[in-house]
Design a protein around this ligand. Structure first.
Ligand SMILES: [Ca+2]
Length: 368
């Protein structure tokens, strides 16, 4: 009997809700002992190949050595004035960001965790700050003036520009491409304001993303509490977004909050194949964040329902530096249970940093 190898389900570019991690933690805490007798299921499901994740569209900058851009914009309070900012970057730097795979994580600060845009964002921040001082804006109005630079960028939908439903952009991509959608502008403004010394967080709603700005004495409107601090909503698309004003369609929705502090952001993928009565699992674990994580393990097993797994195994503990990749191999006894699926967790201090699962497979003698 020869069975096909199977792979992690198609890459999912939508955010993973925290609930998944909570579920994963529960499952991880309830692992069954590795005492079930190995047996051989009669079939495995067909492979579902992940979609190709090539870079979006044609690159109009291909063949040039440098990208030079000048932005000109106005601010509604000073309509008769035009503000400008120019930047110049090697085309190769933009192409490097453009060619990176999009990590499958709901933590979109992953697009702000890289240092390659530091000089450009520092220059933009200094330029905006000089205008703030020239206009003698107070702290409250300064936030709006800075946000206005990003809010006036063109809104472009991911599906039109990249072919993907939900495609996060690195800040330099958004700047070179003259805009993006909500997560792209939230990432750009968040990293810019963080670099300028503001205390900001990413606010991830079910179908939207925005920023939270730490309260000062004059803030009113909608806020989110995070680490005992009030962060007031700030829309990053459209020019009308004022601190505390949430668009009607997002009112009263729960949000996940992500700060911009350096931290590990761990994802994984896996493949494997059957060898006799075992499944030989290869897991690639990657830290996309800006800080290391120690004492990680990979736990895997077959879904036994009731938040438990058959034949669970766990790797030795390992450390992942920022940007590092670890390849972990595990051998699992294939259980007799014939309606199950493989579950894979990346575990740290009892919590799952990331999880995935195969498709369900069922007894199907005809293909055995
Ligand atoms: Ca996007």
């Amino acid at each position: 009997m020869r069975l096909p190898g199977y792979h992690q389900r198609a890459a999912n570019h939508s955010p993973k809700p925290l609930a998944v991690l909570v579920f994963a933690a529960i499952v991880a805490a309830l692992l069954l002992p590795n005492g079930c007798a190995p047996s051989i299921p009669t079939s495995l499901p067909p492979v579902q190949e992940p979609p190709a994740t090539t870079a979006p569209g044609a690159n109009p900058w291909a063949g040039t050595e440098f990208i030079e851009k000048t932005y000109e914009w106005s601010y509604w309070r000073f309509r008769d004035m035009v503000w400008t900012w120019s930047f110049r970057i090697p085309t190769s730097l933009y192409e490097d960001y453009r060619s990176r795979p999009r990590p499958t994580t709901g933590d979109y600060t992953v697009y702000a965790s890289d240092d390659g845009d530091r000089e450009v964002l520092a220059d933009l921040g200094a330029t905006l700050q000089s205008y703030v001082e020239q206009l003698n804006l107070d702290a409250y109005e300064a936030v709006h003036f800075i946000a206005n630079f990003v809010q006036q960028l063109e809104y472009t939908s991911d599906i039109d520009t990249t072919g993907f439903d939900d495609y996060g952009r690195y800040p330099l991509e958004t700047l070179v491409e003259d805009g993006g959608d909500c997560e792209d502008t939230a990432i750009l403004l968040g990293k810019l304001m963080d670099a300028m010394g503001y205390d900001v967080v990413l606010v991830r709603l079910p179908n939207h993303m925005a920023l939270g700005v730490r309260e000062t004495e004059k803030f009113v409107g909608t806020y989110y509490e995070y680490d005992n601090v009030r962060y007031f909503y700030l829309e990053t698309t459209g020019t009308a977004g004022r601190i505390g004003m949430v668009p009607d369609e997002y009112k009263d929705q729960a949000a996940y909050i992500y700060d911009f502090s350096p931290r590990p952001i761990v994802t994984h993928d896996w493949n494997g194949e059957r060898a006799g009565s075992t499944y030989q699992l290869r897991v690639r674990v990657e830290n996309h964040g800006a800080a290391a994580v120690e004492n990680c393990t990979v736990r895997a097993g077959f879904d036994a329902g009731n938040d438990s797994m058959w034949n669970a195994v766990e790797s030795e503990a390992f450390t992942l530096a920022a940007g590092a990749v670890a390849d972990i191999q595990l051998s699992l006894d294939i259980p007799e249970w014939n309606h199950t699926r493989l579950l894979v967790f990346i575990v740290h201090e009892g919590f799952a940093l990331d999880k995935s699962e195969s498709r369900w497979f069922d007894d199907s003698p005809a293909t055995a």
